[in-house]
Write a protein that binds this ligand. Structure first.
Ligand SMILES: Cc1cc2nc3c(=O)[nH]c(=O)nc-3n(C[C@H](O)[C@H](O)[C@H](O)COP(=O)(O)OP(=O)(O)OC[C@H]3O[C@@H](n4cnc5c(N)ncnc54)[C@H](O)[C@@H]3O)c2cc1C
Length: 268
């Protein structure tokens, strides 16, 4: 953990990386395109203090049963031909004592993760690792801006739910259609706006950028969290820092996926 004198500076934490072989207990479509998978098993020492934390989920090649690999000095060691695809997912809810975790998967179509989620059923197994680290943003800002597409809804939901009474939060989220909207319980003063792509492919509109550009912001210092398709995230970050006077240190913009590219994610 890095100590800093600025009470507003995000705090970075490292965690023990642990791999877990978990079993699907149940599958719930919380909206038509968002599937919640509850996994059960060894959750000992699981921690996830940051709303934008992620675990790595491992998707093994066809015919290879998920299993815990040996861990060497450079992390997991897989036999040739058994190396899984890895994708990042947000711990949405979990309970260490009861031994479960919920992950919310966007059913976007092709891709090892989305395909796994589309076929998920009780008894199937999944290896997850992490979170390896967290960024905890102090509740010390005048207000909070959350911008994202549906892949960011788990992280945005966590943030909305954890903000304390009196915190002001403006959230702008793009989903396909009204049936994809989620509501969150919060003590904070929340203004949540959903934008609808209405059938346009995800990652192809400028809806989020345009809505942020048109938004009237509250007074005071804000911390902004942007996540979703990479180009969108980059464009919204540039708008906030270059045209709206946001302190770049207080803008976290993450590319959660990149249109047309598999297994792509990056911070901006
Ligand atoms: C820190 C972090 C946390 C994340 N948390 C979540 C989460 O909780 N829930 C969640 O659903 N996603 C989350 N994501 C995004 C998820 O990891 C990516 O969408 C990932 O690419 C999905 O893997 P895949 O195997 O399904 O597709 P890939 O094999 O990676 O990609 C295959 C194709 O699908 C496209 N694609 C990927 N994702 C989408 C999408 N959402 N919509 C449309 N096209 C897409 C790619 O551009 C590519 O053309 C998170 C990403 C990060 C970095």
């Amino acid at each position: 953990m890095t100590e800093t004198l600025d009470p507003r500076a995000p705090i970075r934490q490292r965690h023990e990386t642990r791999l877990r072989l978990l079993t699907v207990a149940n599958v719930t479509d919380i909206t038509p395109l968002m599937r919640r998978v509850r996994l059960t098993g060894d959750m000992e020492n699981f921690v996830s203090p940051g709303h934008a934390d992620h675990i790595k989920a491992f998707f093994f090649p066809e015919g290879v049963a998920p299993k815990l690999p040996p861990v060497g000095p450079n992390g997991a060691e897989f036999a040739p031909g058994e190396r899984p695809e890895m994708r990042d997912y947000t711990p949405r809810f979990w309970n260490v004592a009861e031994g479960w975790i919920d992950l919310d998967f966007v059913l976007h179509g092709d891709g090892p993760a989305a395909s796994w989620a589309a076929a998920a059923a009780p008894g199937k197994t999944l290896v997850i690792g992490g979170p390896r680290g967290s960024i905890v943003v102090p509740m010390a800002y005048d207000w909070y801006l959350l911008v994202g597409d549906e892949t960011a809804l788990p992280a945005i939901g966590r943030r909305i739910e954890e903000l304390p009474e009196g915190a002001r939060v403006l959230a702008i989220v793009e989903v396909d259609n009204p049936a994809e909207e989620q509501r969150f319980e919060t003590r904070a003063e929340l203004t949540l706006t959903y934008l609808h792509r209405s059938g346009a492919p995800a990652g192809t509109t400028t809806l989020l950028h345009d809505a942020v550009a048109a938004a009237r912001f509250p007074q005071g210092d804000a911390y902004a969290y942007i996540a979703g398709e990479s180009q969108m995230s980059k464009a919204v970050r540039a708008h906030l820092t270059e045209q709206r006077g946001f302190n770049p240190e207080w803008v976290k913009a993450a590319g959660y996926w990149l249109l047309g590219v598999a297994d792509a994610h990056e911070p901006h």
